[in-house]
Design a protein around this ligand. Structure first.
Ligand SMILES: NC(=O)c1ccc[n+]([C@@H]2O[C@H](COP(=O)([O-])OP(=O)(O)OC[C@H]3O[C@@H](n4cnc5c(N)ncnc54)[C@H](O)[C@@H]3O)[C@@H](O)[C@H]2O)c1
Length: 367
C-alpha cells in the first residue's frame, strides 16, 4: 500500500518562531500528529502510555465504552481528554489517527468508520474477524490515502529484528523449518479462540521474516470449556519448497513457554522470548550430506557438524514504543507501515484457513 496521507491544515508544520542562543534558527519541529486511542481494557493503556511518551499532549483523547475504564485513565492522566463515546472521537476533526484496542469483532466497524472519517488507523492484532473485512479495510485505506497499520508488535521487537537481519545476511542459510510453542494458562478470550488470539504473533513474525506466504495450512484444535472456542491448537504451514512451519498455541498449559526454533541449512537458531539474557542462540550445528558408491550401491551418508553456540547482543527497547513511533511517522510522512493492512490481511487469511482446517479435522487448506 503506497499511502499518501492527506495532511490536515491544522496539523501542518509549526512555524519556527524562536531562535537559538547563537541567533541561528532552530530546526523546524516535526509536524504534530494528533492521536486518539479507543479501547482501554488490558492492552489499550499500554498504547496510551507509549503515545504519551512519544507525542505527549498530541495524544489528545482516549475512549472506552466502560465508564470505569475511562475514569481510571482520567485519574492517571488528568490532562488527557477521556470519553465513553467512540463516535465523538471519530467525529473530531482535530484527530489525524486512531489506535483501536477493542475486542476483535469490533475492529472492522471502528476502523471502517475511522477511515471514512479521514483518519489513519493503528489496529490491534488480528486485524479483523474475517478475510472480507480485512480486504475492505485495505481497499478503503488505499482509496483514501490513509495509513493502515496493524499492531504486529513482535515484528518491532529487538529479537525478531535481529533474527530478520541474520536471515537476510544468509547467516542461517536456507530456512528448512520453523517450530514454535506459545503456551500458557489463559487468558481465555470471550470472542475468539486460541488460534485467533495467540497465533497472530507467530504468523506475523514468520510473515515478516520470510516475506512470503504459505501454500497451504492444516490445523487441529480442541475445545474444553463449552464456549465453542478452541483452547489448544496446532497449526502447520507448508511453503511448498521444503520449508514447513509448526505452531502450538494453548491456553491450558501449566507453564508459560515462548519458544521458536528456526532450522537453517547453514546454522539454526533458538529464540526464547522469556530468557532475558540469551534470548537468541545461534547454533553452528547441522548436517552434511555425502553420497558414495560402495560396491555399486549408492549410499547417502550423513555427517553431523557440532560447532559453536553464540548469543547476539540485542538493542534494548519496548517494542510497543517502536510500534507507536512508527505509526506516528507513517501518519506524519505519508509512508507505508512495515506491518501495513496487507500484512494484517495475510495473517487473517492464514488464521481463516487454519479455522476452516480445524473444522475439517485437519484437512489441508490451499491458500
Ligand atoms: N499486540 C499485543 O500483544 C496484544 C496484547 C493483548 C491484546 N491485544 C489485542 O488488543 C485488543 C483488545 O484486547 P484486550 O485484551 O485489551 O481486551 P479487553 O476486553 O481487556 O479490552 C477491550 C476494551 O474495549 C472496550 N470497547 C469495546 N467496544 C468498544 C467501543 N465500541 N468503543 C469503545 N470501547 C470499546 C471494552 O469496554 C474494553 O474495555 C484485541 O484485539 C487483542 O487481540 C494485542
Amino acid at each position: 500500500m503506497g499511502s499518501a496521507v492527506a495532511v490536515r491544515p491544522e496539523s501542518g508544520p509549526r512555524p519556527v518562531t524562536t531562535a537559538s542562543a547563537g541567533g541561528l534558527p532552530l530546526p523546524p519541529r516535526p509536524k504534530a500528529v494528533r492521536i486518539g486511542v479507543i479501547g482501554l481494557g488490558y492492552w489499550g493503556p499500554n498504547l496510551v502510555r507509549n503515545f504519551r511518551e512519544v507525542i505527549g499532549d498530541d495524544l489528545c483523547v482516549c475512549c472506552d465504552q466502560q465508564e470505569s475504564r475511562v475514569e481510571a485513565v482520567r485519574r492517571r492522566y488528568p490532562s488527557l481528554r477521556a470519553t465513553s463515546d467512540a463516535a465523538a472521537v471519530l467525529a473530531d476533526d482535530g484527530i489525524d489517527g486512531v489506535a483501536i484496542a477493542t475486542p476483535v469483532a469490533t475492529h472492522y466497524p471502528l476502523a471502517k468508520a475511522a477511515l471514512e472519517a479521514g483518519k489513519s488507523v493503528l489496529i490491534e492484532k488480528p486485524m479483523t474477524a474475517d478475510v472480507a473485512q480485512a480486504e475492505e479495510l485495505v481497499d478503503l485505506a488505499q482509496k483514501r490515502g490513509l495509513a493502515l497499520m496493524v499492531d504486529h508488535v513482535f515484528v518491532y521487537s529487538p529479537p525478531v529484528r535481529k533474527i530478520k537481519a541474520l536471515l537476510d545476511t544468509g547467516e542461517l542459510g536456507r530456512l528448512l523449518y520453523v517450530d514454535s510453542v506459545r503456551i500458557n494458562l489463559g487468558l481465555f478470550q470471550r470472542d475468539v479462540n486460541v488460534v485467533w488470539d495467540l497465533a497472530p504473533h507467530d504468523l506475523s513474525i514468520v510473515d515478516h521474516l520470510l516475506g512470503r506466504t504459505p501454500k497451504s495450512v492444516a490445523a487441529f484444535g480442541s475445545v474444553h470449556t463449552g464456549s465453542g472456542h478452541e483452547d489448544v491448537a496446532y497449526l502447520n504451514l507448508d511453503f511448498g519448497d521444503g520449508l514447513i512451519a509448526n505452531f502450538h498455541v494453548n491456553w491450558l498449559s501449566p507453564v508459560k513457554i515462548r519458544y521458536t526454533m528456526l532450522g537453517g541449512s547453514r546454522k539454526s537458531l533458538v529464540y526464547n522470548d522469556l530468557d532475558p539474557v540469551e534470548t537468541i542462540k545461534v547454533y553452528d550445528s547441522g548436517i552434511n550430506v555425502r553420497e558414495d558408491d560402495l560396491e555399486g550401491r549408492r549410499n547417502i551418508l550423513i555427517d553431523y557438524r557440532m560447532g559453536d553456540v553464540w548469543s547476539p547482543r540485542l538493542e534494548p527497547g519496548e517494542p510497543l514504543r517502536t510500534v507507536v513511533s512508527h505509526f506516528v511517522d507513517c501518519v506524519r510522512g505519508g509512508t507505508t507501515p512495515v506491518t501495513d493492512g496487507q500484512a494484517g490481511l495475510r495473517v487473517v487469511r492464514v488464521l481463516d484457513a487454519a479455522q476452516r482446517s480445524i473444522k475439517a479435522q485437519g484437512g489441508r487448506i490451499t491458500l
